[in-house]
Design a protein around this ligand. Sequence first.
Ligand code: G3H
Length: 271
Amino acid sequence: MASERKPMMAANWKMNKTVREAEDYVAKLLPRVSDATDEVDVAVFAPFTSLPTVGRMTQDAAVIAGAQNLYFEDSGAYTGEVSAPMLKDVGTGAVIVGHSERREIFGETDETVARKAAKALEAGLVPIVCVGETKEERDAGGMWDKVSGQVRAVMEALDGPSGDAVVFAYEPIWAIGTGETASPEDAQEAIGQIRGLLGELGGEEFAGSVRILYGGSIKPSNAADIMAQDDVDGGLVGGASLEAESFVELVEAARRSVARDEDDAEERVVE
Ligand SMILES: O=C[C@H](O)COP(=O)(O)O
């Protein structure tokens, strides 16, 4: 991680937790991360049913309540969908768009993902834009074609966003929920490439300040090595975020990466 960007550690609960379970989790989490939020953005992406609870409980805390999806219209005859104004209404600050599970299982396309990202941004929600390739695409040498296409589609739909208004997450699909994480070097290479492309598309200032997370089997035992990579600004975590205790460990790992960066910067000044 580079010290000019504030890291983000994001819990994506996916389709898990009742309202009661969400309440217990957030009650455990808040006191444990309250000292860390100056240095690390902590976000919890809850299902729609428990999101109002998370929004209410985090209202006076520096923890971000996030949604896992939204629709790109504000209201109307779209049965089953939830809009940006509805999310804002229950205290949501950020929303995941284009998670690979949405793309692969529910047929979301680059175009719908781009429209969702643009709508989130317009509404003042931070879109967490997910990109990533399948194992087959990677093995066939098509990783960059896929990922760069996903990034381009979103950037074309956004109107020169500032670096703090949007977050990207590189999540290789083969590493999601499989226990098979990308090596820290592979994560760095892919995320460095994405940052390079964001520089071409959005300018150097944007590329230098926008955060890019890694997602895919992050756990307390591998978080430090992943967070130590220059271009990796945090994690989007599924399985290891389901217990408050292990998510707190991940927040702590992100926090230690900030301290390490500051030590490195001081050493450079002394030299
Ligand atoms: O959104 C989170 C990612 O899909 C990663 O999930 P995972 O940590 O269970 O591999």
